[in-house]
Structures are given as structure tokens and as C-alpha cells.
Write a protein that binds this ligand. Structure first.
Ligand code: PEP
Ligand code: MG
Length: 325
């Protein structure tokens, strides 16, 4: 079995009828680069930069961050890397940057909200990412966006960072694509307007599911409420797929949801063609996709979108899997 998966590394990720699907890696540490390469990842769909920040005693300076990002970019030798700006808060706390006590940290001062309130930290990171962009195709991703105003504020920091680097005579990527995470439900409803302001979307189902269903992703007591196949989740995903296609914007799903074949069947049927996941899941995902028939997945998605409860959705998907695989 393992041997079989090993042999898949250099085979393309295509469905049985030839539709290409891109499989990228989620990474956090530089050591994840090797794991991603060994598993045949097509670059990185999500580089969670908070991990290097967490493993230290203080904020890394621009040069430290640049060196780290450059190492990742060069490790992938020309494959695209999406670097996400700091996503601390919620459950990710830096030992040297304690947030104030909050009743609801996941709905509190986290992620891009922290960055926008700390312009020095934010612009330092953005400058480092822009600098790393001269070594390969880097995209910059902003997490936990909930409004157009935030995107405009992020873009303003990027413009200022470019200005700073120009004045210092430091080379950087002039035309780096900028994207936003779709993980706060509000972004689904303003997706058309967002599409006017960004180059790509990254669909963060880990948070999207928890916020849509008001079920903490880390609380075992509400585990049964945290349901990626809830009809509201599937409707939201369908909606963002349509908006991305209409505006010709890239859309990569980078939540854990895609690591489950049942979910993947629905997701490919809903229109997703790009996934980013922990690299060890890539070979088995590729094997699954190579056996999958696209019209079957599309029919399954059309059918489950009409169902109102996830028990029916799940059992329909299970039926399809069993009859086709
Ligand atoms: C997500 O929310 O789905 C996501 C990919 O980001 P994180 O798990 O880091 O919040
Ligand atoms: Mg998230």
C-alpha cells in the first residue's frame, strides 16, 4: 500500500476523465518543506507564518523573516508559495505577546486585526514577504478578513512597504498577487466586491465551519455540531466557487476538510480544483482523485445541494463512493 502511494509522487493529480486538480502543501516550519517535496506537493497553498514566530523569544526582525521565507521559496524551486501574514490569537498565542484576556478569543482580537493594530509588526512582515518574492512566485495572503475596509487597509500597508523598500534600495517583487482568506462567513456575502480588490481567494474551511455553525473547532463538547457537510457549509462553498469562476480568481481550499474522501467528492463536484493540505495526505488524495469520475462528483454535488440535512447528504455521498470505487 505504502509502496503504491510512493509511486504516485510523480504522477499528475487528474480525475479519471482527465480534469487537472492541483494539490499543494500546508506548511508551518522550514522542516515541512522536505516532507512536502517528498509527497509530491505542487508548491505551498498555505504557509502559516505564526509557527516561526511561536518558536522564539521575541518578534523576528525583517532580515530573519526574509531569510526564513527565502529558504522556503528556494526549497520549492519555482513552484508557487502562498505566504500568509500572521494569524495569532484564537488558540495561537505568542509567548512574548500575550493578548488581553478575552471572553471569546476566536471572535476577538486575532489575526489580521492584531496586524492592522500593530503597524510596525505588520509592515515588517510584509516587507520581508515582498523581499522573498524575488526568489520565486510568492503570493501574499491576509487571514480573517471580514470587510472591504480591512482589505483596503492591508493594501495600503503593502503600498507603504513597497515605498520603504524602494527608498532603501532593496529589491522586492513589484507585482506580488494579494489574496484573502474566505473564512469569516461575511466574506461569502461580499465576495463579488472582494473579487474586485484581490487577485485570489483561499478558502479556510477550518474557521468557516466553526463560524458558520457557531461550533468551536477545538471543543470536543461541540464536536458533533462542527459538521463540514452541513448544508449551509456546502451552500457557502458553492457560492464562493461561482464568484471565483465568474471573476477568474484562483480559489484554493486549505482547510483540513479536503483530507476526507467523502468531503473531497462533494468539493470537487462543487467546483474546487485546487487544494492545500498537510503533505502526508497528498499521495492518498491523488490516488482517490485518479479514480474519481468528474460527472459523478458533479451529479453528487447537485444532488446534495438540494438536501436539507447532513445525515441525508452524508449517506448519499457514501452511496456514490461505494458504487463507483
Ligand atoms: C482555516 O481556517 O481553514 C485555515 C486553513 O487556517 P487555520 O487553520 O490556520 O486557521
Ligand atoms: Mg483560519
Amino acid at each position: 500500500e505504502l509502496h503504491k502511494l510512493d509511486g504516485l509522487r510523480d504522477l499528475p493529480a487528474i480525475t479519471r476523465d482527465g480534469t487537472g486538480i492541483t494539490l499543494r502543501a500546508n506548511i508551518g516550519l522550514v522542516s515541512d518543506v522536505d516532507v512536502a517535496l517528498r509527497n509530491g506537493a505542487s508548491g505551498v497553498g498555505l504557509y502559516r507564518t505564526e509557527f516561526p514566530y511561536m518558536a522564539r523569544g521575541d518578534f523576528p526582525d525583517r532580515q530573519d523573516q526574509y531569510r526564513l521565507y527565502r529558504k522556503v521559496v528556494e526549497g520549492f524551486a519555482g513552484q508557487p508559495i502562498t505566504i500568509r501574514t500572521l494569524d495569532i490569537g484564537g488558540d495561537k498565542v505568542l509567548p512574548y505577546f500575550a493578548p488581553p484576556a478575552e471572553d471569546n478569543p476566536f471572535m476577538g482580537w486575532r489575526s489580521v486585526r492584531v496586524s492592522l493594530d500593530n503597524p510596525d509588526i505588520f509592515s515588517t512582515q510584509i516587507e520581508a514577504i515582498l523581499m522573498a518574492g524575488i526568489h520565486g512566485p510568492v503570493k501574499m495572503l491576509f487571514p480573517m478578513i471580514s470587510s472591504i475596509e480591512e482589505v483596503k487597509a492591508c493594501r495600503a500597508v503593502v503600498s507603504q512597504a513597497k515605498q520603504t523598500l524602494s527608498e532603501e534600495g532593496i529589491p522586492f517583487a513589484e507585482n506580488m498577487p494579494l489574496g484573502v482568506m474566505i473564512e469569516v462567513p461575511a466574506t461569502i456575502h461580499i465576495a463579488h466586491q472582494l473579487a474586485e480588490l484581490v487577485d485570489f481567494f483561499a478558502l479556510g474551511t477550518n474557521d468557516l465551519v466553526q463560524y458558520l455553525l457557531a461550533a468551536d473547532r477545538n471543543n470536543p463538547l461541540v464536536n458533533k455540531y462542527y459538521d463540514p457537510l452541513h448544508p449551509a457549509v456546502l451552500q457557502a462553498i458553492r457560492c464562493i466557487c461561482e464568484v471565483a469562476a465568474e471573476h477568474d480568481k484562483g480559489l484554493c481550499l486549505c482547510g483540513e476538510m479536503a483530507t476526507d474522501p467523502l468531503n473531497l467528492l462533494a468539493l470537487v463536484g462543487l467546483g474546487l480544483r485546487e487544494f492545500s493540505m498537510p503533505a502526508p495526505f497528498i499521495p492518498r488524495t491523488k490516488a482517490f482523485l485518479r479514480d474519481l469520475d468528474l460527472p459523478t462528483a458533479e451529479n453528487a454535488a447537485d444532488k446534495v445541494l438540494k438536501l436539507g440535512d447532513s445525515i441525508a447528504i452524508r449517506s448519499h455521498l457514501i452511496d456514490i463512493l461505494h458504487t463507483t470505487q
